[in-house]
Ligand binder design. Structure first.
Ligand code: CTP
Length: 398
C-alpha cells in the first residue's frame, strides 16, 4: 500500500489549500514519507508551520535563498509520486506552458515520477476554454488529473470546481500507483441489470436497466485482482469477459438465491441490479387472453436482497447498495444505508443529465457508513466504476 512510499505534495494558492493539511495527515497516517513544497501564493492560504509539523519535514518554498539552493532535480527524483493539490488556475497555466518561476514549477518540470493534480477553482474558471485546453495539455504530458467535484464554492456559488476530498486523493494514489491488484485473493459478487417478473409465459414486469454500470464495476473489480461473480438479469448487452463468472437470472427470486448462496464466501458484495420491488402473486400458466375491459394483476413484495444480506453480514465483509431517486435523494440514500446495514450507498439521481439507465455516462454521490458524502462529476461508466472501486478498497483496508 502507501506505507513507506515517498510523496511530494505541491500546494498552490487556492482556498482549497486548507484541505492539503488534512491530506498530509492522511498520507502520514498511512505510513508515507511526505515532503511539501508550497508556492509563494499558497503561504497566504495555509501555514507552512502546520504543514511542516504534520509532514515532519521542513516545507520548501524558494528555489534558492542567500545561503542555499533547493535541488529541485533531486526532489523530483526522490518522490514516488508528486501530487499537486490544490492546483490553481495560475499554476495550471504555468505547467501547461512550461514556466519555471518558483520551486514547485521547477520540481514539476524535472520530476521523473508520476504527477497527479487535483484542480480547484470556481465553476466559471473551470469551464473556461483556456482551462480545458491547459488540462488537455497536462494530460498529453502524461499527468494524471483528479477531476473537480460539484458543491459549495468559495465564491458562495454552487457548482463544479471543488477540489476532490483528501480521502479520494489518497484512494486515487493508492489504487493507481501502489496497488496494481489490491483485491487479489478476494471474492466479489456483483448484481446488475433488471429482473423480469412473469405475468404469464410471454409477459413480464421489468424496467429499463441496461446492466452497463454493474458490468463496468465487474470489469474493474476483475482488473484489480478480485475473483468476480456477476449475477445479471436479462440484458441485451453482450458480456463475454474473461475472468468473470457469469450467472444469468431472470426474476428477483432467482437473483436472491444466486446472491445468497454466494454471500458467506464473498468479501465484497455490490447490489447494482435494479431488482423489481413487486412480483405477480400467481403468474398465469398460459398466455392471458384479452377479455374484460379491466385486468388486475395482484402483486406481492419481492424479497429485499440487500436488506437480507445486511442482516447476515459479518465483520470484514463490505456490502454496497445502489439508490436511484428522483426526489429527496440524499435523505432516501442515507435511510437506505441505515435500514439495509450497508457500508456504502451509491446514489444516482435521475435529475442529473447523463445519469441513469441506458446512458454511457453516470453521475454519482457516495454515502459512507461513517456519514461522509462524496459528490463526483459526470463521467463515463468505466471512470465511475473506478471511483466506486477506489472507495471500496479504501473502506476494505481501513
Ligand atoms: N434491492 C434488493 N432487493 C430488492 C430491491 C432492491 O436488493 N428486492 C437493492 C438494489 O439492488 C439496490 C437497492 O436495493 O442496491 C435499492 O434499494 P431499494 O430500497 O429497493 O430502492 P427502491 O426500489 O428505490 O425502494 P424504495 O421504493 O423503498 O425507495
Amino acid at each position: 500500500m502507501i506505507k513507506g512510499k515517498k510523496i511530494l505534495l505541491g500546494v498552490t494558492g487556492s482556498i482549497a489549500a486548507y484541505k492539503s493539511i488534512y491530506l498530509v495527515r492522511l498520507l502520514v497516517k498511512a505510513g508515507a514519507e511526505v515532503k511539501v513544497i508550497v508556492t509563494p501564493a499558497a503561504k497566504d492560504f495555509v501555514s507552512t508551520l502546520t504543514l511542516s509539523t504534520l509532514s515532519r519535514n521542513p516545507v520548501m518554498v524558494d528555489l534558492f535563498d542567500e545561503e542555499s539552493w533547493s535541488n529541485h532535480v533531486m526532489l523530483g527524483r526522490w518522490a514516488d509520486v508528486m501530487i499537486i493539490a490544490p492546483l490553481s488556475c495560475n499554476t495550471l497555466a504555468k505547467m501547461a506552458t512550461g514556466q519555471c518561476d518558483n520551486l514547485l514549477l521547477a520540481t514539476y518540470l524535472s520530476a521523473t515520477c508520476p504527477v497527479v493534480v487535483a484542480p480547484a477553482m470556481d465553476e466559471d474558471m473551470w469551464n473556461h476554454p483556456a482551462t480545458k485546453e491547459n488540462l488537455r495539455k497536462l494530460e498529453s504530458f502524461g499527468n494524471n488529473i483528479i477531476p473537480v467535484e460539484k458543491g459549495d464554492l468559495a465564491s458562495g456559488l454552487y457548482g463544479e470546481g471543488r477540489m476532490a476530498e483528501p480521502e479520494q486523493i489518497l484512494a486515487y494514489i493508492s489504487s493507481n500507483f501502489f496497488l496494481t491488484r489490491p483485491l487479489a485473493g478476494k471474492k466479489a459478487v456483483i448484481t446488475a441489470g433488471p429482473t423480469y417478473e412473469p405475468i404469464d409465459p410471454v409477459r413480464f414486469i421489468g424496467n429499463n436497466s441496461s446492466g452497463k454500470m454493474g458490468i463496468a464495476i465487474a470489469k474493474e473489480l476483475e482488473q484489480r485482482g478480485a475473483e468476480v461473480t456477476l449475477i445479471i438479469g436479462p440484458t441485451q448487452i453482450d458480456i463475454s469477459e474473461n475472468g468473470i463468472s457469469l450467472v444469468k437470472v431472470k426474476t428477483a427470486d432467482e437473483m436472491y438465491t444466486a446472491v445468497t448462496d454466494r454471500f458467506a464466501e464473498s468479501d465484497i458484495t455490490i447490489m447494482a441490479a435494479a431488482v423489481a420491488d413487486y412480483t405477480p402473486v400467481a403468474p398465469a400458466p398460459e398466455k392471458i387472453k384479452k377479455q374484460a375491459e379491466h385486468l388486475t394483476v395482484e402483486l406481492v413484495r419481492t424479497k429485499d436482497i440487500l436488506k437480507s444480506l445486511g442482516e447476515k453480514k459479518s465483520k470484514g465483509q463490505i456490502l454496497v447498495g445502489f439508490a436511484l431517486e428522483t426526489t429527496n435523494e440524499k435523505q432516501y440514500a442515507m435511510d437506505k444505508l441505515q435500514k439495509k446495514n450497508a457500508d456504502m450507498i451509491v446514489l444516482n439521481s435521475l435529475n442529473d443529465t447523463g445519469a441513469g439507465f441506458g446512458y454511457d455516462t453516470n453521475k454519482i454521490t457516495i454515502f459512507e457508513k461513517g456519514g461522509q458524502e462524496f459528490n463526483f462529476a459526470t463521467k463515463s461508466k468505466k471512470a465511475v466504476a473506478k471511483d466506486i472501486i477506489d472507495t471500496i478498497i479504501r473502506l476494505y483496508y481501513a
